[in-house]
Write a protein that binds this ligand. Structure first.
Ligand code: PEP
Length: 233
């Protein structure tokens, strides 16, 4: 089980360090891989504070070129140099607000994997797509551009469930994960309003291999509670 905390645009370096110090002290279950995904400016602090632990530090995005004229972007070798272990790509907020497409997500994932980073690639349908009966087609399309890799994990994040307090039912998550796995044989995380009180039920689904957690990962007790709920599931 992998539990990844996506901090989005929250926690500068000092808050990140305080969180990671507390996480170091927490009693995390041995059968759960915990990962934090701070914003770029807090990555170094997180890597240093978590050094010597099993807790991985992931970025939230990564460019496909190693260097060049790409203002505002950060590359895989830069992340590797900091000691970052992996990166999220294709989060729906990037697709929605920053022009990310299936093609750029695939390029980002491919380059990060080629440079030795682990990747969590996000896919998921919008509410309108679900209502129009397009969920399966969207998931197939978004997943098909990715290439299987031992270091690739897909996160199924229904856009209508992110930060909204709405979650997919465990059955909906299971069904979507089965679609993704039929296209690409990789572990699949569920993301979308995962909280300590709904994590166990979602994670108990056979095709759910972990969770990508936004809001509830910002508080260390709540993040640790989700990691505990994931244990033995
Ligand atoms: C996310 O941002 O990846 C996410 C799932 O957010 P939340 O848990 O807040 O819905």
């Amino acid at each position: 089980m992998l539990i990844a905390g996506n901090w989005k645009m929250a926690k500068g370096p000092s808050e990140a360090a305080a969180f990671c110090r507390a996480l170091r002290e927490a009693d995390l279950p041995d059968d759960v891989d915990a990962v934090v995904c701070p914003p770029f400016t807090s990555l170094a602090e997180a890597v240093q504070t978590l050094a010597g632990t099993e807790i991985g530090v992931f970025a939230q995005n990564c460019h496909w070129e190693r260097e060049g004229a790409f203002t505002g972007e950060v590359s895989a070798p830069m992340l590797r140099e900091l000691g970052v272990y992996g990166t999220i790509v294709g989060h729906s907020e990037r697709r929605q607000w920053f022009g990310e497409t299936d093609e750029t997500v695939a390029k980002r994932a491919g380059a990060a994997l080629a440079d030795g980073l682990h990747v969590i690639a996000c896919v998921g349908e919008t509410e309108a797509e679900r209502e129009a009966g397009e969920t399966e087609a969207v998931l197939r399309r978004q997943t098909a551009v990715l290439e299987a890799d031992d270091n690739l994990v897909v996160a199924y994040e229904p856009v209508w469930a992110i930060g909204t307090g709405k979650t997919a039912t465990p059955e909906m998550a299971h069904e979507a994960h089965e679609v993704i796995k039929s296209v690409l044989d990789v572990p699949v995380l569920y993301g979308g309003s995962v909280k300590p009180d709904n994590a166990a039920e979602l994670l108990a689904q056979g095709a759910v291999d972990g969770a990508l957690v936004g809001g509830a990962s910002l508080d260390v007790d709540s993040f640790v509670a989700i990691c505990r709920a994931a244990s033995h599931s």
